[in-house]
Design a protein around this ligand. Structure first.
Ligand code: NAG
Ligand code: NAG
Ligand code: NAG
Ligand code: NAG
Ligand code: NAG
Ligand code: NAG
Ligand code: NAG
Ligand code: NAG
Ligand code: NAG
Ligand code: NAG
Ligand code: NAG
Ligand code: NAG
Length: 504
């Protein structure tokens, strides 16, 4: 399927003429050939005149009106206008790699100094200046440097940029694909549609900011071509609330580990916006906006495994990622958010492909879309309280997963891999918690693996069932305990997944 997507009118004013890049000289540094984009601040005099006319005072009296503004990076640099699968031959394969020093990282005791501070309500150490306690990172007066400081930083932020680019394309694509009537039938007003446009504009800002943290055109990566699994408005929003969930959780997984605290600062300020987008797409899909108390974090390789199947092709000068693509995992009875009675969800009630495949629409007598009965309606709304929950502890979950070695991602140039033994557990990652359930009834038919498990019943704190919302599961060969800050240690034990389970 190859569809034309119109870039919504009005977006990125003035992007037609793109001056040459102002940074860095690739030949002298030996960097790969950069793609170029405009970074030159300018004054939009039409916008300034308009602001002055509205205020009724001269532009010269409005503070800041004559300060040049940095342009947003344009997706049109690469002229991406099509969608659909990749049909060519990869020119390179596998994740970026050099010579790993070891295969595992040792399990160490806590840092001895981590137990030194005495949180007893008094000042333990002398204050540097009045009204300021001792401690903190980046508080000693050094000038902030908004730049990645390690391969860990670069590869994490690069993954984030891949995510921002698909969101920019996806939000525009949704607006361009469906008619006003289709949006109205799903419960969306013209103001709601403008909100989608505005969220796309936010993504152009996020892509600009991350590109800048990566060092500008020399370090950033251009937008790609994408392939989406939905056909209807409800399916589109279900896909989007899943895609933004792993975008947000992918960042929560690494931001506290970044070497550059400056990058972490700006990243937080974009992911706070991303979190609002995820909530809004849940509302547009008629889901309860936030059925959890905490949003979870996942390792970078999980986010990349979830994202890669939806990127079909990237330009030749794209930067490559170091992260792992695990073999695909699928829940055969993924709770169907388009049903007013999700307990009746059968097998394979999803549309399209991949770990974020949306729930398929169902017949009129079984759908909750436009069903105007409190508790049974999933039209777009601030909040829809489901009388029959999407899932429940004790639910039998049927699973299927692939063997490693499959080509995935941009230009089919990455390959799924695992270092785990045979899977024995399902890991459930939600809120602040990681829990396991046994994987049972494992069989293999025609090269496809099948198994099942039972949805656990764990709470984060009393009154907050941990497994709810759009959350993550994967198959593992062990049930070692991990917590939010060291979950990436599970990667060598992941046999397949992750998959986005629609718990609520
Ligand atoms: C590799 O890591 C293991 C522990 O995970 C450690 O015992 C071993 O010494 C390491 N090898 C090297 C060469 O660092
Ligand atoms: C609190 O802890 C600090 C550092 O160990 C110690 O100097 C101080 O006496 C303690 N104060 C109280 C009230 O316990
Ligand atoms: C200030 O803190 C940074 C780490 O945040 C450190 O690298 C630097 O050496 C410190 N500078 C001084 C003058 O203490
Ligand atoms: C929902 O579906 C389940 C399973 O078919 C059924 O047992 C239950 O009665 C249904 N609930 C309602 C309110 O119809
Ligand atoms: C669901 O999909 C799985 C895997 O593709 C397949 O084995 C199974 O037969 C399908 N079940 C139904 C009811 O379509
Ligand atoms: C909806 O209608 C179909 C076909 O008319 C029927 O098979 C199905 O049982 C109905 N579903 C419910 C929940 O009544
Ligand atoms: C839903 O039903 C209520 C009560 O029957 C009615 O007042 C309201 O207009 C309906 N809303 C829509 C969107 O149809
Ligand atoms: C909303 O759902 C909760 C739990 O599912 C239920 O206890 C509550 O009664 C519902 N409220 C309304 C107004 O439907
Ligand atoms: C998820 O939260 C909603 C809203 O509180 C609740 O109605 C539902 O029962 C919860 N689902 C699960 C699986 O706990
Ligand atoms: C799964 O295995 C258990 C015990 O091995 C068995 O009792 C159960 O019937 C099996 N379930 C299915 C759906 O095959
Ligand atoms: C969930 O996480 C919280 C915070 O780390 C922890 O206190 C709690 O014990 C965990 N609960 C379970 C069931 O793992
Ligand atoms: C791990 O699995 C074993 C047996 O399968 C079980 O005895 C143990 O309690 C599990 N541990 C955790 C942390 O789930």
């Amino acid at each position: 399927m190859f569809l034309k997507a119109g870039i919504a009118a009005g977006f990125i004013a003035g992007a037609a003429a793109i001056p040459a890049a102002t940074t860095p000289a690739s030949s002298s540094t030996g960097y790969p050939l950069p793609y170029s984009y405009n970074q030159q601040p300018s004054i939009n005099s039409a916008a300034v005149s308009s602001a002055a006319a509205y205020a009724g005072i001269p532009a010269s009296e409005i503070p800041g009106a004559n300060v040049p503004v940095v342009p947003v990076i344009s997706s049109q640099v690469t002229g991406v206008t099509s969608h659909g699968p990749f049909s060519g031959t990869p020119t390179t394969t596998g994740a970026l790699s050099n010579t790993p020093a070891n295969t595992t990282i040792p399990m160490l005791p806590p840092n001895p100094t981590a137990l030194r501070y005495n949180p007893n309500g008094t000042l333990n150490d002398q204050q540097p200046i009045p009204y300021t306690p001792a401690g903190g990172l980046g508080t000693n007066g050094t000038e902030p440097v908004y730049r990645v400081q390690s391969d860990f930083d670069y590869q994490s932020i690069l993954l984030g940029l891949y995510q921002e680019w698909i969101e920019l394309d996806l939000f525009h694509y949704i607006l361009a694909t469906f008619s006003e009537e289709e949006f109205t039938a799903a419960g969306l007003t013209p103001s709601d549609r403008f909100l989608i446009e505005f969220m796309a504009d936010q993504e152009s800002g996020h892509a600009t900011m991350l590109s800048s943290l990566l060092g500008g055109p020399g370090g950033a990566t251009p937008q790609c071509t994408y392939n989406y699994p939905f056909k209807t408005v409800h399916e589109a929003f279900d896909f989007t609330q899943k895609l933004t969930r792993f975008g947000e959780s992918g960042v929560w997984g690494f931001q506290a580990h970044l070497d550059s605290r400056e990058c972490a600062q700006l990243l937080d300020q974009s992911i706070a916006t991303e979190a609002r987008q995820q909530l809004i797409f849940r509302q547009f899909a008629g889901l309860f906006p936030m059925p959890v108390w905490f949003e979870t974090g996942i390792p970078q390789s999980w986010a990349w495994t979830l994202l890669a199947p939806y990127i079909s092709e990237c330009p030749a000068d794209s930067k490559r990622l170091v992260w792992q693509n695990f073999p695909a995992l699928t829940v055969l009875n993924q709770p169907n958010s388009a049903r007013w009675n999700a307990t009746q969800t059968g097998l394979n009630e999803t549309t399209g492909f991949g770990p974020a495949a949306p729930s398929s629409d169902v017949p009129a007598n079984e759908t909750c879309i436009g069903r105007n009965i409190t508790g049974f309606d999933c039209s777009a709304s601030i909040s829809q309280n489901r009388s029959i929950p999407l899932s429940y502890p004790g639910r039998e979950v049927f699973l299927t997963w692939e063997e490693p070695g499959k080509a995935v991602g941009p230009n089919n140039s990455y390959v799924t891999a695992t270092t785990a033994g045979a899977p024995e557990f399902v890991i459930w990652v939600s809120q602040l918690n990681i829990t396991y359930s046994p994987l049972t009834n494992v069989t293999t038919r025609n090269g496809v693996n099948y198994g099942q498990t039972i949805q656990p019943d764990v709470s984060t704190y009393e009154g907050d069932p941990a497994i709810n919302g759009t959350m993550f599961i994967a198959l593992t060969d062990s049930n070692v305990t991990y917590t939010a800050f060291n979950l990436s240690r599970v990667n060598p034990h992941v046999a397949a997944g992750p998959f986005l389970y629609q718990a609520g």
